[in-house]
Design a protein around this ligand. Sequence first.
Ligand code: FES
Length: 102
Amino acid sequence: MVSLTIIDRAGQENSVDALPGQTVMEAIRQAGFDELEAMCGGSRSCATCHVYVEGPALPPPGEDEDDLLDSSDHRRADSRLSCQIRLEQALDGLRVTIAPED
Ligand code: FES
């Protein structure tokens, strides 16, 4: 299991256990956070799975992810698309904040 802390838009912290191989988006949706829309289902074309991440270092976003994040008014240095982060044990302890809606 990979333990995540998910911070919702109300600022509430929630502990979530996810499986290695799942994406962060899948883990958030499966845990019942419907405020993360993820409209495209993870095909990297909507940016409604925007989150802020802190904790274990992640590889940098690819060009497509970077372009989509640029479309958000709420982009920050720690912004990522949660559907593009595949969980592995090394990401245990990741803290993920659901970004404001655009
Ligand atoms: S779910 Fe659409 S880009 Fe991530």
